[in-house]
Write a protein that binds this ligand. Structure first.
Ligand code: KIV
Length: 275
């Protein structure tokens, strides 16, 4: 845990002109594989709702599920910064609850930072969480927890200006980075040049300081919805199906298990038995 990158080092990467990589993970084995590759940030995203739990909306997961998955990821990660995605209604609420919930990601689940999606009161809540000493990653553009429609944001000057203003305000409130989801590439470029904190794009073109993908989209383990921006590098789902089908056939045909996968007992011991 102590060898993990820090949020300061993520900021330094922007200053040094190095790209930042971020992927989602929700369990121990996936996090372990990702961490070994040297990816900079692992997000325990609320996309777990869709790609792991088979739920329709990211609104359908709460603190209990997110902490459960974040704990598993934290156990596996020794290199990347682990970011816990705060679930719907864990921070869009008044009082001390947003800070208390953010603290649970750090203290109970071993995360290094939390991520919040933009909403009306986002700046006040971000300020409180940052003041409590917890690093915050912002999220602007398409914000699935509160979006009415899943479409590209900031296509006209009024909505684009709103996104610019939100990103700048999040930086001013102390966010260490900001995710920009589904916005035009040249708007993302403009914001990236304006901010001194890193921008991490998803469907925001090539000019961001870093890129994030949902790992299940990248490896081909989720087919219910294929976003245009998600490049598929592997067909793991197909590979798994081939292996499982082979197992099924081998058992039916008596090819598995063979001697190689069995344990032996010597004749003397076996002959003493009275079946
Ligand atoms: O939950 C998630 O996977 C996310 C990414 C899309 C950034 O928020």
């Amino acid at each position: 845990m102590s060898n993990r990158l820090t949020v300061q080092q993520i900021g330094d990467k922007k200053k040094e002109g190095q790209k930042i990589t971020m992927l989602t993970a929700y369990d121990y084995p996936m996090a372990a594989v990702i961490d070994k590759t040297g990816i900079d940030i692992i997000l325990v995203g609320d996309s777990v709702a869709n790609v792991v739990l088979g739920l329709e909306s990211t609104r359908d997961v709460g603190m209990m599920e997110m902490l459960h998955h974040a704990k598993a990821v934290s156990r596996a990660v020794s290199h990347a910064v682990v970011v816990g995605d705060m679930p719907y209604e864990s921070y869009q609420i008044g009082g001390d609850a947003p800070v208390d919930n953010a603290k649970r990601f750090i203290d109970e689940a071993g995360c290094d930072a939390v991520k919040l999606e933009w909403f009306e009161d986002c700046l006040a809540v971000t300020e409180k969480i940052v003041a409590a000493g917890i690093p915050v990653m912002g999220h602007v553009g398409l914000t699935p927890q509160t979006a009415e429609e899943f479409k590209v944001q900031g296509k006209n000057s009024v909505s684009a200006q709103a996104i610019v203003d939100q990103a700048k305000a999040l930086e001013a409130k102390g966010c260490f980075s900001v995710v920009m989801e589904c916005i035009p590439d040249r708007l993302a470029e403009m914001i990236t040049k304006k901010l001194s904190i890193p921008t991490i794009g998803i469907g925001a073109g090539p000019y961001c300081d870093g890129q994030v993908l949902v790992t299940h989209d990248l490896v081909g383990l989720y087919d219910a919805f294929r976003p245009k921006f998600a490049k598929r590098y592997l067909e793991v789902g197909t590979m798994m199906a081939q292996g499982i089908e082979q197992f099924h056939q081998d058992v039916i045909n008596g090819k598995f298990p063979s001697k190689e996968h069995s344990f032996s007992i010597n004749d003397e011991e076996l002959n003493k038995l009275n079946p």
